[in-house]
Design a protein around this ligand. Sequence first.
Ligand code: GLN
Ligand code: ZN
Length: 759
Amino acid sequence: MRTAVIGYPRVGKDRELKFASEKYFKNEISEKEIQDIAKNLRKEHIELQKDSGIDFISVNDFSFYDNMLDVATLFNIIPDRYRQLGLSDLDTYFAMARGYQGEKGNVKALAMKKWFNTNYHYIVPEIDDDTQIKLVGTKPFDEYKEAVDCKVDAKVCIIGPFTFLKLAKFTGSKGIADFEQDLAKEYVNYLSKLSETGVEWAEFDEPYLVKDLSLDDIKLFERLYRVLLAGKSGVKVLLQTYFGDVRDIYNLLIQLDFDGIGLDFFEGKQTKELVKKNGFPGDKLLFAGVVCGKNIWKNNYAKSLEIIKELKVIAGEDNIVVNTSCSLLHVPYTLESEQKIPAEYKMHFAFAKEKLAELKDIAELASEKDGKVVISSGKYTANAELFKSRPDSADENVRKRVAGIKKSDYDRLPKFKEREEIQKDKLGLPLFPTTTIGSFPQTADVRKNRQDYRKGNISKEQYIAFNRDKIKKCIEFQEEIGLDVLVHGEYERNDMVEYFGEHLAGYVFTEKAWVQSYGTRCVKPPIIWGDVSRKEPITVEWSKYAKSCTNKPMKGMLTGPVTILNWSFPREDISIKESILQLALAIRDEVLDLEKAGIEIIQIDEAALREKLPLRKSDWYTDYLDFAIPAFRLVHSGVKPETQIHTHMCYSEFTDIIPVIDAMGADVITFEASRSDLQILDSLKANNFKTEVGPGVYDIHSPRVPSVEEIVDALGKMRDRIDDKKLWINPDCGLKTRGVPETKASLINLVKAAQVVRG
Ligand code: GLN
Ligand code: ZN
């Protein structure tokens, strides 16, 4: 049986691409140098997959920033404002991704959104009425040739036209219908170019197919692919889906002239049933995604083989390819980089490289004749043993506490309106209060202080003294420029989830398990191993100290249970609901301790709440919101009426769940609004949103400094839609990834803008 990989991580196991890109942005290395580094990484990843015996290896899974942006540039979908900068191709590309501010002009970046239900972000391509769709790039062909140099006949993957069009933004009066033919034609061109290059297999990724599809969607898909498949030019076409099942379109997929279809058997609740019920044509390959591309647990071979056994009967042994469930982009590189995880834990994990071996094992085991041989195989028994030998992870106290949660524990009293008045009286803030989202720039010295402490080079006292000094200066700066609600700057945190995880029982940590979040930003999700509880107060000392430095209100900063869970690698042996409640109780203890320490405003970040909303509407409540929202309420329901609870969310893609957000029971919510349109504000108004709001007035994901006029302008639009008494002024996210100079300049402008609108 053959094996395939949808995509491999690309930043490098030591984040080489990240560091090279950052140097390139600072003009420290040339374009040639960054191109060489990228090329070496691609080669390394291909060689690795080849040596692991993978039969279908992808190329063009590489990206300098994002694959949606790659498709846009491949097909000439470059808004004029970027073209007009007159930069090189690579710099134009980066200008779209990150914005540009320099001698050639001043433009914001394209919007960025979460990629389906992952923590990876894609760049939203913009199509305007004058866009001329045309195959102009050569990246996929070049990367195919690179693989040939490594003696690999790779499949060339690309995001398919359907997903691309569904996710693109149309800025003029034209829409999908006006561009679909042109795009389909250029994809055909692309296929013919692949054919000329000697490519055997082309992979089209269409994750959008796992969402709820309308009849129009299905028709659009069919029109696009009828054209595409009629122009195959002899290239075999694999339609790859992931992140769920394709229940709305399965029957059409199996009728169309695809040569292979990739299905997700891990997240696709109905995938197996679909195949069993509707069959699978004998003239196509079935790429069976049984090795999870999202989580880090070892594959359970018995389960995977069970699936494959059933598929064999339907599709025929030779037509099955053992596949990952989605790109391996979402898991870290390799366990080999982990020196500190105790062996009894480590043996339960598989990162990208280890997953390659799993694919191979499963393919081998599945090819053996059923029954005795499989059972006697060493690999099989070793794997089966693993699932019996999990070190104990249950904590009776935690289980009892969760079981004892009462219905009333989910409700905060008094009601919002009453609290709002009490808080206004107590805090005495001006109209349009200004604040930040929490973190201040994590400069090299801040990171070094943490590292030195971690390595034992400095004492705990030295570590604390350094951070206190930072906090003090940060507060002085905030006072000096006139912000109203201050923060301590989060200098003690490596990451908003890992930091909390480190203070919670039940977690396992990694050293180099980086996963790309967007562009050069990588995160290192900790692993939830067992039942979770708070070991000791986490942030209280820092907040108390910060509070002692100022008379202004100090905001305490916590990460909420839903985000901690969503940005960790979750357990698969207990339910998500159970895990979230455990986390909620742990953070609840911290909230109450902060309140006791005199912190009158507490922000509980739920940056990732929207992210794990199931892709299908029918699952939204039962599979997620029905327990995620109560869990958040549980965290803060114990505070006094005068304690103001804030929450923060990255991205404002919650137009469709506004009542749910209101029901979280926070007093203030801040969120991203600057890099997307203002549609969210209209929806807030339409839904009579009661929570006070701070829609971010500028984009912190880009180094660009917003001008006072720009912010005043944004505020004008906000005031048209939000009651003045409910509007807060803040950046759209934490400032930790930004440099000091741009942060200062931006915040000074933000406060000035507040003064202008107050005037
Ligand atoms: N309080 C966090 C910070 O400022 C929030 C980060 C986030 O939303 N991702 O860094
Ligand atoms: Zn944020």
